[in-house]
Each structure stands twice: as structure tokens, then as C-alpha cells.
Ligand binder design. Sequence first.
Ligand code: CTP
Length: 402
Amino acid sequence: MLKGKRIILGISGGIAAYKSLILIRLFIKAGAQLRVVTTENALWFVTRVSLESLSQNKIYDKVFGPENDYTTEHISLTDWGDCFIVAPATANIIGKLANGIADDALSTSLIAFNKKIFMAPAMNVKMFDHFSVQRNIQWLKDNNIQIIEPNEGYLACGYEAKGRMEEPESIFNAIENYFSSENKVLAEKKILITAGPTHEAIDPVRYIGNQSSGKMGFAIAAELAKRGAEVILIAGPVQQQTPQGHIKRIDVTSALEMYNAAMDVFPTADAAILNAAVADFRPETASNRKIKKSDNNLQLSLVKNPDILATLGNMKKKNQILVGFALETDNELENARVKLSQKNLDFIVLNSLNDRGAGFGGDSNKITILDNNNAVLKFELKSKTEVAADITDKLVACFSND
Ligand code: CTP
């Protein structure tokens, strides 16, 4: 399950650091690739030589130094990793991550990491119970950091209490479960995606369209297929290659064609993510000959297209998950909330045209996810591939809560 996975292990300065050597062995035996990042204090408890021999790699312990391959090693390292586990996590490193402090190799790497993070706290019980540590742990949990709770037992300070780091085998199992459940959840699922613009014909050569490139929808299709889902990608007119994997692509041009294709697929789908920028209106009639300049005073009469998302929202059965997008310029959260409830969605992905780097055409996006339990998840500006992973994570969480 962990074969080929790229794992970053962060070690902070606590006596439980000796157990991290066993954790490294477990990851290496399972075929994972491992990079170790330590705080300065961690190296009082375990030696560089032990860490480097077991992990089969140089450790990263200084942000600046001649031994680093790049001056921005925390970025190249965090781009590389699939998941980050901090074991042991001291009160100090927990507090730093919860408060955005980046002052050494480990805290800087954690803040540069935007995929799944696990932390296995280990400390004296009075420290663990302290309101500031508990507040920081709660904050991290609220932000999707998985805390592997410490055990009760004999602590190095002589106490018998909660604060012992979870055993390496259990930490290893938690990471293995994360990768296997993530893959399993989507492996049995058929997911419909709409992407790109629609073109509404005025005559044989002209249309009403919009600037959607389809990049975001195609990135989501790629991510879902990568995680084992069967994807039906209904694409408007775009210049995009179909991504690798189990993806059936249905090309359409107009909103009505997209509507018909979606209506065919949705009844047998487990989820639908409607990312297309569907034209809200179409010319009432499309001329079947090219309209000439000499025709003078062209007046186009427009009629409303069906709202595909709202129609699917009405048809949705209890076990189906429906996801919409909202592109807004003002009253963003409020408008997105209205769409979420009116269209009967499980969650909605809000793009604001006011955010630089977000929206049509580019390679990056900045989203906020609002779900039907009133949770609001705000994300940083990221590449569309990374945004697709965040949206997929949220979908996996919806399936898992079913
Ligand atoms: N959508 C759809 N069919 C339409 C219009 C929109 O399926 N005819 C879907 C889009 O794919 C998106 C969501 O509805 O997931 C919201 O699209 P958006 O354009 O933001 O909102 P509208 O509902 O069209 O409302 P408005 O344009 O008034 O903001």
C-alpha cells in the first residue's frame, strides 16, 4: 500500500524520538520513500548517522547551509512529499504550526506543505493538558491536521499518565489506512464531471460563449482517475487533452447537449461535480445561414437554458453527492450559500473573480468550500492540480461520512 509513496517524517526534540527510528524502518520495509526533517533539539535524542542510514537519505535540519541542494529546500522537499508525519510532536512544534511560525527547518517545511499532515504528540501530561496546547491541537484538527492521540502510560518524567507517543506500529497503520481508505473510497465510484464552456449557436459560424478553458474540470478528472474512480467527463468545446486513467469523455457544444448528456449519466453516478461554465441563455433560433452585414439591425432574442445543476439537485437520491461551483464578483459567500441550498448540493466550490490568480484560463485557483453542514474551508492560491486534490479530499470525506 505504501510502495512508492513519498513520506516526510518530521522529528522534534522529545525522548520519544528514539521510537521514530522504528517508524523509519517500517516505512522503508513497506517500500515507501522517506525524507527526514528534524529540529535542532531532535538531534540530542537521535543521531544524524542513525537517521541517515535508516532512511537512506540525508536529513534536512537547517534552512540555510552549504550542505543543502537548494536554498529553498523546504519548498522542493514539500513539493515532493505525498504526506507529512511529525512524530514525536512536541508542544513547541504543535504551537508553531497552529500559529504560523516558521523559524527552523521543520516548522518552515510544515508551513510550506499543503497536503495531508499527521502529528503524534508526545509530552508530559501537564504540558499536554495545558489550555494553550489543547487550544492549538483543536485548531490543527479544525484545519484538517490529523492528530494521532498519545497513550496513557509511563512517561520519561516518571508520571503514569497520558502523553506517551503512540507506538510506531500504530502510527504506521494510521498512515497506511489513510492511503488505502482514500483509494478504496473512490475505487468503487462512478463520478460525472462537467467542464469547459458551452457555445450557443447564433448562425453556422458565430456563437455566444465564455472564457472557460476547462483546465479546472480536467484537473479534477485527472485527480479522481488517479485515485481509482471511474470518471465520465462531459466536456464543452475546449483545447484540453483527456487525462490518463479510467475516463470516458463525452464532447458536447451547447448547454442543451450538456444537459442531455448529464441527464443520461447522472442516474447511475455516485457523485457529480459540475464545473462547466454553462451559458445561461441561448439564441431562441439559430440561423442556418450565415447572417450578413446587409441584414442590418440584428436583434437576438435569447431564451433561458436549463440549469443542469439545479435539475440534478432535484433528481438527487440520498446516496448521491452533488457538487457545484460558484463564480462570484460580489457578496461571494452569501451568493454561494444561496446556490448551495437552492440547488440541493452537498458542497459548493467558490471562486472569486476578485482574487488575483483565480478563475478562468490560468494555471492557479483560490477556492473556498462551503458545505451543507455550514463548514467554510478557505484555501490559499494554489495550482489547479493542487486545488483538484483539495476538492477530491472533500469528496472523499463526504463519501466516508455517508
Ligand atoms: N450551472 C449549470 N447549468 C446552468 C448554469 C450553471 O449546471 N445552466 C452550474 C455550473 O456548472 C456551476 C453552478 O451551476 O456549478 C453555478 O454556476 P454560476 O454560473 O456561478 O451560477 P448560476 O446558477 O448560473 O447563477 P448566476 O449566473 O446568476 O450567478
